[in-house]
Design a protein around this ligand. Structure first.
Ligand code: IMP
Length: 197
């Protein structure tokens, strides 16, 4: 069954299709000429809903919107929904550097953080919503390690792991990631026919 993923990022399509391996679902992107609305929500749920609603209004097909980011306890949950544009330059490197700078001098035990992901699925025909969340707990390391992944992966040390997220291959990341956990929960809700709103 095809699901329109509310993104034009091919990396994301690939990642969701990896997560969906062995299921009946196949993710495809929204039409390539679409202009996405701004992510103006103050929560991951609101932004995932904005994306899902946009794709649904465009296609009328079953659509999935996702939003994710990093919450750092010592910064009262920042960067949160602003994770991709935390620094002025808004590149992965400048975001990571800004975060390391803001946490300078904070001891390891106080550097707790988590990646969170929210998924909103709108179903064709009924327009029923299914929402799910996933997270992965960890700490913000004092230095970058690894060259895989993206975003804050080089400085994220998942709980119980000796490797930074950027040192893991995709398969390993998919076993623990916030997106994988949110997707698992979505599949459980889908298979039990659970819908919200
Ligand atoms: P998006 O909502 O999935 O596009 O994610 C927003 C931002 O959160 C990204 O640009 C990254 O900065 C951060 N982020 C989300 N997921 C991850 C991840 O798996 N690793 C590292 N950073 C992430």
């Amino acid at each position: 069954m095809e699901i329109i993923l509310a993104t034009q990022n091919n990396g994301k399509i690939k990642e969701f299709n990896e997560l969906a391996k062995g299921t009946e679902f196949n993710f495809i992107p929204v039409p390539s000429n679409s202009t996405f609305p701004e992510e103006t929500g103050s929560t991951f749920f609101e932004n995932a809903s904005i994306k899902a609603n946009f794709a649904f209004s465009l296609t009328g097909r079953t659509c999935l919107g996702d939003d994710s980011g990093l919450e750092v306890d010592a910064l009262n949950g920042k960067p949160g929904v602003h994770s991709s544009r935390f620094s002025k330059k808004a590149t992965d490197e400048s975001n990571v550097d800004k975060l390391l700078n803001e946490l300078k001098g904070i001891p390891h035990e106080d550097r707790s953080a988590r990646f969170k992901c929210c998924l909103v699925l709108i179903q064709e025909g009924t327009a029923n919503l299914i929402c799910s969340e996933g997270s992965v707990e960890g700490k913000i390391a004092e230095e970058k390690r690894g060259d895989r992944g993206f975003g804050y992966d080089p400085i994220f040390l998942p709980k119980g792991s000796l490797l930074h997220m950027a040192e893991m291959d995709q398969e390993k990341k998919n076993l623990i990631s916030h997106r994988a956990n949110a997707f698992k929960s979505l599949l459980e809700k889908l298979s039990s026919g659970l819908t919200e709103k």
